[in-house]
Design a protein. Structure first.
Length: 320
Protein backbone atom coordinates (compact mmCIF):
# COMPACT_ATOMS: atom_id res chain seq x y z
CA UNK A 1 0.00 0.00 0.00
CA UNK A 2 1.50 3.28 -1.03
CA UNK A 3 1.68 6.30 1.25
CA UNK A 4 0.07 8.31 -1.54
CA UNK A 5 -2.92 5.97 -1.63
CA UNK A 6 -3.37 6.19 2.12
CA UNK A 7 -3.17 9.99 1.99
CA UNK A 8 -5.87 10.15 -0.71
CA UNK A 9 -8.20 8.04 1.38
CA UNK A 10 -7.54 10.11 4.53
CA UNK A 11 -8.16 13.43 2.72
CA UNK A 12 -11.38 12.11 1.17
CA UNK A 13 -12.58 10.96 4.60
CA UNK A 14 -11.57 14.28 6.22
CA UNK A 15 -13.53 16.37 3.72
CA UNK A 16 -16.57 14.10 3.92
CA UNK A 17 -16.64 14.02 7.73
CA UNK A 18 -16.12 17.76 8.11
CA UNK A 19 -19.11 18.49 5.87
CA UNK A 20 -21.23 15.78 7.48
CA UNK A 21 -20.46 17.04 11.01
CA UNK A 22 -21.73 20.52 10.17
CA UNK A 23 -25.02 19.24 8.73
CA UNK A 24 -25.59 16.88 11.66
CA UNK A 25 -25.11 19.61 14.24
CA UNK A 26 -27.52 21.84 12.32
CA UNK A 27 -30.06 19.01 12.26
CA UNK A 28 -29.60 18.48 16.02
CA UNK A 29 -30.06 22.20 16.73
CA UNK A 30 -33.43 22.22 14.96
CA UNK A 31 -34.73 18.76 15.90
CA UNK A 32 -33.22 18.02 19.32
CA UNK A 33 -32.45 14.43 18.25
CA UNK A 34 -29.87 12.78 20.50
CA UNK A 35 -28.96 10.42 17.66
CA UNK A 36 -28.08 13.43 15.51
CA UNK A 37 -25.99 14.91 18.32
CA UNK A 38 -24.15 11.60 18.78
CA UNK A 39 -23.58 11.33 15.04
CA UNK A 40 -22.39 14.94 14.90
CA UNK A 41 -19.80 14.26 17.60
CA UNK A 42 -18.89 11.01 15.81
CA UNK A 43 -18.22 12.84 12.53
CA UNK A 44 -16.33 15.63 14.30
CA UNK A 45 -14.14 13.04 16.05
CA UNK A 46 -13.57 11.25 12.74
CA UNK A 47 -12.50 14.51 11.07
CA UNK A 48 -10.09 15.14 13.94
CA UNK A 49 -8.80 11.59 13.59
CA UNK A 50 -8.04 12.08 9.91
CA UNK A 51 -6.27 15.33 10.72
CA UNK A 52 -4.09 13.41 13.19
CA UNK A 53 -3.33 10.74 10.59
CA UNK A 54 -2.19 13.41 8.13
CA UNK A 55 -0.06 15.02 10.85
CA UNK A 56 1.46 11.63 11.69
CA UNK A 57 2.32 11.08 8.03
CA UNK A 58 4.02 14.45 7.87
CA UNK A 59 5.96 13.88 11.09
CA UNK A 60 7.14 10.47 9.91
CA UNK A 61 8.92 12.04 6.94
CA UNK A 62 11.35 13.98 9.15
CA UNK A 63 14.98 13.09 8.53
CA UNK A 64 16.86 10.85 10.94
CA UNK A 65 18.94 12.63 13.55
CA UNK A 66 21.29 11.77 16.42
CA UNK A 67 18.47 11.05 18.86
CA UNK A 68 16.47 9.04 16.31
CA UNK A 69 19.05 7.39 14.03
CA UNK A 70 16.44 5.17 12.38
CA UNK A 71 14.16 8.08 11.59
CA UNK A 72 10.59 8.90 12.61
CA UNK A 73 8.65 6.29 10.64
CA UNK A 74 6.82 5.01 13.72
CA UNK A 75 5.18 8.41 14.21
CA UNK A 76 2.43 7.08 11.96
CA UNK A 77 1.78 4.24 14.42
CA UNK A 78 1.70 6.64 17.37
CA UNK A 79 -0.88 8.91 15.75
CA UNK A 80 -2.96 5.94 14.62
CA UNK A 81 -3.05 4.72 18.23
CA UNK A 82 -4.10 8.18 19.41
CA UNK A 83 -6.88 8.06 16.80
CA UNK A 84 -8.19 4.85 18.39
CA UNK A 85 -8.20 6.47 21.83
CA UNK A 86 -10.02 9.56 20.57
CA UNK A 87 -12.59 7.45 18.73
CA UNK A 88 -13.27 5.66 22.00
CA UNK A 89 -13.24 8.59 24.43
CA UNK A 90 -14.87 11.31 22.32
CA UNK A 91 -17.18 9.28 20.11
CA UNK A 92 -18.13 6.16 22.02
CA UNK A 93 -18.32 7.38 25.61
CA UNK A 94 -20.14 10.59 24.70
CA UNK A 95 -22.72 8.72 22.61
CA UNK A 96 -23.41 6.24 25.41
CA UNK A 97 -23.74 9.11 27.91
CA UNK A 98 -26.12 10.98 25.61
CA UNK A 99 -28.23 7.86 25.02
CA UNK A 100 -28.60 7.20 28.75
CA UNK A 101 -29.49 10.85 29.37
CA UNK A 102 -32.15 10.69 26.63
CA UNK A 103 -33.65 7.57 28.23
CA UNK A 104 -33.88 9.38 31.55
CA UNK A 105 -35.13 12.68 30.10
CA UNK A 106 -37.04 11.96 26.86
CA UNK A 107 -38.43 14.72 24.69
CA UNK A 108 -40.19 14.82 21.34
CA UNK A 109 -38.41 15.52 18.08
CA UNK A 110 -38.90 18.90 16.46
CA UNK A 111 -38.75 19.29 12.65
CA UNK A 112 -38.54 15.48 12.30
CA UNK A 113 -37.99 15.51 8.54
CA UNK A 114 -34.65 17.36 8.88
CA UNK A 115 -32.69 14.54 10.59
CA UNK A 116 -33.92 12.08 7.97
CA UNK A 117 -32.76 14.36 5.16
CA UNK A 118 -29.37 14.95 6.77
CA UNK A 119 -28.88 11.23 7.42
CA UNK A 120 -29.65 10.41 3.80
CA UNK A 121 -27.08 12.99 2.60
CA UNK A 122 -24.54 11.73 5.14
CA UNK A 123 -24.96 8.13 3.96
CA UNK A 124 -24.16 9.27 0.42
CA UNK A 125 -21.04 11.17 1.48
CA UNK A 126 -19.78 8.37 3.74
CA UNK A 127 -20.33 5.88 0.92
CA UNK A 128 -18.08 8.02 -1.28
CA UNK A 129 -15.38 8.07 1.41
CA UNK A 130 -15.61 4.29 1.90
CA UNK A 131 -15.47 3.74 -1.87
CA UNK A 132 -12.23 5.73 -2.02
CA UNK A 133 -10.71 3.74 0.85
CA UNK A 134 -11.72 0.42 -0.74
CA UNK A 135 -10.26 1.42 -4.11
CA UNK A 136 -6.94 2.44 -2.57
CA UNK A 137 -6.83 -0.68 -0.39
CA UNK A 138 -7.47 -3.00 -3.34
CA UNK A 139 -4.22 -1.81 -4.90
CA UNK A 140 -2.17 -3.38 -2.15
CA UNK A 141 -4.15 -6.07 -0.33
CA UNK A 142 -3.77 -8.54 -3.22
CA UNK A 143 -5.57 -11.81 -2.49
CA UNK A 144 -5.91 -11.13 1.23
CA UNK A 145 -9.37 -10.98 2.72
CA UNK A 146 -10.50 -7.76 4.36
CA UNK A 147 -10.04 -9.06 7.91
CA UNK A 148 -6.51 -10.27 7.12
CA UNK A 149 -5.73 -6.93 5.44
CA UNK A 150 -6.80 -4.93 8.50
CA UNK A 151 -4.95 -7.26 10.88
CA UNK A 152 -1.65 -7.48 9.02
CA UNK A 153 -1.28 -4.16 7.17
CA UNK A 154 1.93 -2.37 8.18
CA UNK A 155 0.67 1.03 7.05
CA UNK A 156 -2.05 2.14 9.51
CA UNK A 157 -3.93 4.80 7.51
CA UNK A 158 -6.14 2.70 5.23
CA UNK A 159 -7.21 0.14 7.86
CA UNK A 160 -8.10 3.01 10.19
CA UNK A 161 -10.12 4.84 7.51
CA UNK A 162 -11.80 1.61 6.41
CA UNK A 163 -12.97 0.79 9.92
CA UNK A 164 -14.01 4.38 10.59
CA UNK A 165 -16.08 4.52 7.39
CA UNK A 166 -17.73 1.17 8.03
CA UNK A 167 -18.52 2.26 11.59
CA UNK A 168 -19.84 5.59 10.29
CA UNK A 169 -22.21 3.90 7.84
CA UNK A 170 -23.47 1.49 10.49
CA UNK A 171 -23.87 4.40 12.91
CA UNK A 172 -25.89 6.29 10.32
CA UNK A 173 -28.07 3.23 9.83
CA UNK A 174 -28.67 3.01 13.61
CA UNK A 175 -29.53 6.72 13.73
CA UNK A 176 -31.82 6.41 10.69
CA UNK A 177 -33.73 3.53 12.28
CA UNK A 178 -33.86 5.25 15.68
CA UNK A 179 -35.13 8.56 14.30
CA UNK A 180 -37.50 6.81 11.90
CA UNK A 181 -39.11 4.70 14.62
CA UNK A 182 -39.38 7.79 16.84
CA UNK A 183 -41.26 9.62 14.07
CA UNK A 184 -43.52 6.63 13.38
CA UNK A 185 -44.33 5.74 17.00
CA UNK A 186 -44.00 9.15 18.60
CA UNK A 187 -41.83 7.53 21.30
CA UNK A 188 -38.39 9.13 21.70
CA UNK A 189 -37.00 6.01 23.39
CA UNK A 190 -36.07 4.72 19.92
CA UNK A 191 -33.91 7.80 19.34
CA UNK A 192 -32.11 7.06 22.63
CA UNK A 193 -31.65 3.39 21.76
CA UNK A 194 -30.15 4.37 18.40
CA UNK A 195 -27.71 6.62 20.24
CA UNK A 196 -26.66 3.77 22.55
CA UNK A 197 -26.07 1.49 19.58
CA UNK A 198 -23.87 4.15 17.99
CA UNK A 199 -21.81 4.44 21.19
CA UNK A 200 -21.39 0.65 21.51
CA UNK A 201 -20.30 0.48 17.86
CA UNK A 202 -17.66 3.17 18.31
CA UNK A 203 -16.25 1.53 21.42
CA UNK A 204 -15.97 -1.79 19.58
CA UNK A 205 -14.14 -0.26 16.61
CA UNK A 206 -11.84 1.71 18.92
CA UNK A 207 -10.85 -1.47 20.79
CA UNK A 208 -10.08 -3.26 17.51
CA UNK A 209 -7.99 -0.33 16.26
CA UNK A 210 -6.18 -0.04 19.59
CA UNK A 211 -5.23 -3.73 19.62
CA UNK A 212 -3.96 -3.76 16.03
CA UNK A 213 -2.04 -0.48 16.34
CA UNK A 214 -0.49 -1.56 19.66
CA UNK A 215 1.07 -4.53 17.88
CA UNK A 216 2.70 -2.18 15.37
CA UNK A 217 3.97 0.09 18.15
CA UNK A 218 5.56 -2.81 20.00
CA UNK A 219 7.30 -3.87 16.80
CA UNK A 220 6.36 -6.33 14.06
CA UNK A 221 8.64 -8.27 11.76
CA UNK A 222 8.32 -8.97 8.06
CA UNK A 223 5.28 -10.78 6.75
CA UNK A 224 5.57 -14.51 6.12
CA UNK A 225 5.80 -13.89 2.39
CA UNK A 226 8.56 -11.27 2.69
CA UNK A 227 10.44 -13.36 5.24
CA UNK A 228 10.45 -16.25 2.78
CA UNK A 229 11.66 -14.03 -0.07
CA UNK A 230 14.57 -12.74 2.02
CA UNK A 231 15.60 -16.26 3.06
CA UNK A 232 15.46 -17.38 -0.55
CA UNK A 233 17.98 -14.67 -1.46
CA UNK A 234 20.46 -16.03 1.09
CA UNK A 235 19.82 -19.62 0.08
CA UNK A 236 20.26 -18.83 -3.61
CA UNK A 237 23.73 -17.34 -3.15
CA UNK A 238 26.54 -19.75 -4.03
CA UNK A 239 28.89 -17.91 -1.65
CA UNK A 240 26.69 -18.35 1.41
CA UNK A 241 27.23 -21.58 3.32
CA UNK A 242 24.45 -21.05 5.81
CA UNK A 243 22.00 -18.46 7.09
CA UNK A 244 22.69 -18.80 10.81
CA UNK A 245 19.88 -16.58 12.01
CA UNK A 246 17.87 -13.58 10.86
CA UNK A 247 15.61 -11.01 12.47
CA UNK A 248 13.43 -8.36 10.86
CA UNK A 249 11.65 -5.29 12.25
CA UNK A 250 9.49 -2.58 10.72
CA UNK A 251 11.02 0.80 11.60
CA UNK A 252 8.03 2.45 9.96
CA UNK A 253 5.22 1.47 7.60
CA UNK A 254 7.50 1.58 4.55
CA UNK A 255 10.88 0.73 6.08
CA UNK A 256 11.94 -2.79 7.07
CA UNK A 257 15.18 -3.55 8.89
CA UNK A 258 16.89 -6.89 8.20
CA UNK A 259 19.67 -8.18 10.46
CA UNK A 260 21.31 -11.53 9.67
CA UNK A 261 24.33 -13.60 10.62
CA UNK A 262 25.61 -15.44 7.56
CA UNK A 263 28.25 -18.17 7.29
CA UNK A 264 30.81 -17.87 4.49
CA UNK A 265 33.58 -20.26 3.53
CA UNK A 266 36.32 -20.25 6.22
CA UNK A 267 39.07 -19.25 3.78
CA UNK A 268 37.11 -16.47 2.07
CA UNK A 269 39.00 -13.25 1.48
CA UNK A 270 37.73 -10.10 3.15
CA UNK A 271 37.23 -8.42 -0.21
CA UNK A 272 35.16 -11.35 -1.49
CA UNK A 273 33.02 -11.36 1.66
CA UNK A 274 32.38 -7.62 1.35
CA UNK A 275 31.42 -8.05 -2.30
CA UNK A 276 29.08 -10.90 -1.40
CA UNK A 277 27.39 -8.84 1.29
CA UNK A 278 26.84 -5.96 -1.14
CA UNK A 279 25.31 -8.36 -3.66
CA UNK A 280 23.06 -9.87 -0.99
CA UNK A 281 21.85 -6.44 0.09
CA UNK A 282 21.06 -5.49 -3.48
CA UNK A 283 19.18 -8.75 -4.08
CA UNK A 284 17.19 -8.41 -0.84
CA UNK A 285 16.09 -4.87 -1.72
CA UNK A 286 15.05 -6.08 -5.17
CA UNK A 287 13.01 -8.92 -3.66
CA UNK A 288 11.52 -6.79 -0.84
CA UNK A 289 11.66 -3.05 -1.64
CA UNK A 290 10.68 -2.12 1.93
CA UNK A 291 13.94 -3.68 3.21
CA UNK A 292 15.89 -0.42 3.28
CA UNK A 293 18.06 -1.01 6.36
CA UNK A 294 20.15 -4.20 6.13
CA UNK A 295 22.89 -5.44 8.45
CA UNK A 296 24.70 -8.66 7.54
CA UNK A 297 27.28 -10.11 9.94
CA UNK A 298 29.70 -12.58 8.33
CA UNK A 299 30.64 -15.70 10.26
CA UNK A 300 32.11 -19.16 9.74
CA UNK A 301 29.87 -22.21 9.81
CA UNK A 302 30.54 -24.84 12.50
CA UNK A 303 28.88 -28.21 12.52
CA UNK A 304 26.66 -28.92 15.56
CA UNK A 305 28.74 -29.68 18.63
CA UNK A 306 31.90 -27.97 17.41
CA UNK A 307 31.71 -25.30 20.05
CA UNK A 308 30.03 -22.36 18.36
CA UNK A 309 26.74 -21.75 20.23
CA UNK A 310 25.48 -19.48 17.48
CA UNK A 311 25.49 -22.31 14.94
CA UNK A 312 24.87 -25.39 17.04
CA UNK A 313 21.25 -25.50 15.93
CA UNK A 314 22.00 -25.24 12.20
CA UNK A 315 21.64 -28.47 10.27
CA UNK A 316 20.71 -27.29 6.77
CA UNK A 317 21.23 -24.09 4.88
CA UNK A 318 18.70 -21.31 5.47
CA UNK A 319 16.94 -22.74 8.54
CA UNK A 320 17.03 -21.06 11.95
Amino acid sequence: MSTEGGTKAVIAALLANAGIAVTKFIAFAFSGSSSMLAEGVHSLADAGNQGLLLLGGRQSRKKADKEHPFGYGRERYVYAFVVAIILFSVGGVFSIYEGIDKLQHPHELEVPWLPILVLAIAIGLESFSLRTAIRESNRSRGKKGWIAFVRHAKQPELPVVLLEDVAALLGLAFAFVGVGLTIITGNSIWDAIGTLFIGALLVTVAIILGIETKSLLVGEGATTEDDTRIREVFNASSRVESLIHMKTLYLGPDELMVAAKVAFAPKSKLGDVALSINELESSIREAVPAARVIYIEPDVYHAPGEGNPATDTIVIKGID
